[in-house]
Design a binder for this molecule. Structure first.
Ligand SMILES: CC(C)(COP(=O)(O)OP(=O)(O)OC[C@H]1O[C@@H](n2cnc3c(N)ncnc32)[C@H](O)[C@@H]1OP(=O)(O)O)[C@@H](O)C(=O)NCCC(=O)NCCS
Length: 150
């Protein structure tokens, strides 16, 4: 595959903004948001790199420190189906499990079978529906994963 999964460089934030917009579309994270996530996340923000950025994942801890949100996992459309999404998610969970965060939640469009299948295979379970989560009509399925006990 020849794709590296690693923490981004500060100088890659502009490219990350374009990547996020290309994957998720409007409104997308601004350069201000992603720069601040970069400062907050450390190893919980990771990129997939092959001659430029082709995917990224982002986890952030919540106020209580022991729970958090898997905010993004996305791969450029022309790079999907090659194991990069799984590699990013596995790396995000490894970084999360090395942090104080024990319970991770995420939201996903209920019709997004690719993402739901990926998350289920990594131990996430249905945590209920959230109506209008992203405003009117923006319903989301919430999924939850507890850190496996060692
Ligand atoms: C979800 C996404 C990250 C998967 O990335 P990917 O690189 O294509 O995924 P992988 O090739 O690593 O496949 C991982 C798993 O995803 C699932 N999957 C991938 N493509 C699929 C498809 N077209 N249909 C059903 N399941 C699919 C499978 O469970 C697959 O399992 P496998 O590893 O046993 O084959 C990618 O489709 C994407 O970026 N989608 C747009 C953004 C998005 O919806 N992100 C998730 C919500 S935040």
């Amino acid at each position: 595959m020849d794709v590296a999964i690693r923490v981004p460089l500060a100088g890659e934030i502009d490219e990350l903004v374009a990547l996020d917009y290309g994957i998720f579309g409007e409104p997308g994270y601004s350069v201000i948001s992603l720069r601040q996530f970069f400062d907050l996340a450390g190893p919980l923000l990771q990129v997939a790199v092959h001659d430029g950025l082709v995917g990224y994942s982002l986890v952030l801890p919540s106020y209580d420190g022991v729970s958090g949100w898997f905010l993004a996992c996305g791969v450029r459309s022309d790079w999907r189906g090659r194991g990069i999404g799984r590699a990013l998610a596995v790396a995000a969970l490894a970084a999360t499990d090395a942090s104080p965060v024990r319970t991770l939640r995420l939201t996903v469009e209920p019709a997004n079978r690719a993402a739901i299948g990926l998350y289920e295979s990594l131990g996430f379970v249905d945590d209920g529906m959230a109506a209008d989560y992203f405003g009117a009509g923006g319903d989301r399925m919430v999924m939850r994963r507890h850190r496996p006990s060692s």
